[in-house]
Ligand binder design. Structure first.
Ligand SMILES: O=C(O)C(=O)Cc1ccccc1
Length: 288
């Protein structure tokens, strides 16, 4: 069985991998840190890694994107989009919260992953304004720690699965700002996984523009536009080499095998852009 490195156990990464891949085909190797997910996949300890890359409310997880681009050489092998239901998890004090208006007024500290506050902003403002947020490496790690402290003033935010795993009560369900809170995950790895057919294929490329070429970005975009190639995302990130230098991270709907897309890439290279292909892969979306 091929091994998959992911944040876990009890994380959203794990729940989404269960949904799209499943444990009957892959062995999961859970890690506490996303850096370990990347490095174990790089060294071959695991065949593939699962990386949360983008969220409906917050946009890209820049830290993970930068890792993928700068620290490792791991092609993208698949992507999936999965709904994220956030839960407030912790203990109630014996006499209740002591505040008739706020059942969670007893909470003084929240342990969770760094993408969580942006997704639960309204709930946290309304009920947890008296609590400080402490960063931990995954939502499940926050829940595990809360179960160790067993202190009603310390709560966590994460999956129902982790609440079960660590035997802590769920105090409130679906606390994310929007019902349709989705996260996009990438499967990365050196080998080619055996996966089910998908309805759509995507290609991700990185483009660095030539410095002395005014209008280069316009030319890049028009290479796609006149071929009617759809771009689903374009984002600029610092190259980390020189202040003010950026590369463009571009998600394209379509396969690199298509004549049109490979011709567009050739045209972009011909004007002096550097092009790095991060992957051409099946894209899966969530259906109930
Ligand atoms: O910590 C987790 O559960 C993860 O898998 C990372 C994450 C956190 C919040 C939303 C989506 C993914």
């Amino acid at each position: 069985m091929k091994k998959i490195a992911l944040l876990g156990p009890g994380t959203f990464s794990e729940a989404s991998t269960d949904h799209f891949l499943g444990r009957q085909w892959f062995e999961y190797v859970p890690y506490k840190l996303i850096s370990d997910v990347f490095s174990s996949t790089s060294t071959g300890e695991a065949d593939f890694g699962v990386i949360p890359i983008e969220n409906t409310l917050e946009g890209s997880v820049s830290l993970h994107m930068d890792y993928l681009v700068h620290e490792v050489d791991l092609p993208i092998r698949a992507e999936w989009v999965y709904p994220i239901d956030m839960n407030l998890i912790g203990y109630l004090p014996e006499g209740g919260s002591g505040d008739a208006e706020n059942p969670f007024a007893h909470i003084r500290k929240i342990l969770s992953h760094h993408v969580v506050p942006a997704q639960c902003n309204k709930f946290m403002k309304q009920y947890l304004s008296g609590a400080e947020f402490e960063l931990v490496s995954s939502t499940a790690e926050g829940i595990r720690l809360a179960s160790v402290y067993k202190d009603p003033s310390i709560a966590a935010i994460g999956t129902a699965a982790a609440a079960m795993l660590y035997d802590i009560p769920i105090l409130s369900k679906e606390i994310q700002d929007h019902k349709d809170n989705m996260t996009r995950f990438l499967l990365v790895g050196k080998g080619v996984p055996e996966l089910q057919a998908s309805l759509s294929t995507k290609t991700t490329i990185l483009i660095t523009l030539p410095e002395d070429y005014p209008g280069a970005l316009h030319q890049v975009l028009s290479a796609f536009a006149w071929r009617k190639i759809n771009l689903s995302k374009i984002e600029s990130r610092p190259t980390k080499i020189k202040l003010g230098n950026y590369y463009f991270y571009i998600d394209i709907e379509g396969s690199l095998d298509s004549v049109l897309l490979s011709a567009a890439v050739q045209e972009i290279e011909a004007i002096g852009c550097q092009v790095r292909i991060l992957g051409c892969y099946p894209s899966y979306s969530y259906e109930n």
